[in-house]
Design a protein around this ligand. Sequence first.
Ligand SMILES: *[C@@H]1O[C@H](CO)[C@@H](O)[C@H](O)[C@H]1NC(C)=O
Length: 292
Amino acid sequence: MKYLLAFTLPALLPLAESTPHPLRRTTYGPQTSSHIDEVLAGSRPCSSSAVVIGRETWAPGNIGVFWGARFRDELVDAFDGDVDVQGIHREDYPANLVDYHIGGSDTGADSCARMVDEYVEKCPGARVFVTGYSQGSLVAYKCVNRVSAAARAQIKALVVFGSEERLMDDVQPVPKGIILKNYCVENTTAPDVVCTETLTSGIELPNSVGDVVAQLKETVASLKNVVTNEDQLKEVATIPALLIRDLPATLPWIAKDVAQGKIRRWMILPPHLLYGFNGMTTDAAAWMAGVA
Ligand SMILES: *[C@@H]1O[C@H](CO)[C@@H](O)[C@H](O)[C@H]1NC(C)=O
């Protein structure tokens, strides 16, 4: 394993250097952020804001290393440290592919809502944000619909990245009083088709389960083109096995969606991988810090 990393990292560096979007940092803090747990345990004082994070499918820790670790660091900067950043508990939200077809993990959404409720009780007056990337965005939508009325009044915004919400069977509303901030790669040459307003021309939808799986595998393989640090490189190495683990239970749902013309929700193309790299997290963190 050590040998493999040492061998592949230099080979990938030229790719990282040619990344079109300059990074403020290429290494970030840990893949886990548990400030709300600490506040609830009494070992950390309440901040004036809190952000609950739903990580993307297969991401490690409770926030992940492709999008979450960078976003957490940027949030802490943008709020001058006066923010509690927390990932949804891994034991409640496994972020597997199987839960995706139901519109995001239900146990993850319940866990998120419970955490927001408890935080608001402990820190009355705090501004709360719920955010997520990919499946994590679906969980975030469900979460804001499951919190108590008191907690809902303290949620300022639902901030989603690469959200498939509009393509799911049971589309979740955005509760009144909560602002929706929706980040999507709308590049017409290379769009993230799970969240674009329309299906831009030039993208051909597959019409067989085999084609969908081939596309998923291609996107997973393209992850190596976006890594910029060793944590990400380590995650890339874990993903093929996770795909193999989750595919058998997921294939029947993909087949059903192919039959019913709902295939776009499985069109996870390489542009869907860009949210930790294209500056959208930086923009979101600044926007959130400015929400009164
Ligand atoms: C849009 O996608 C194309 C093809 O990948 C890329 O060359 C271009 O830089 C992208 N444009 C933006 C604004 O990201």
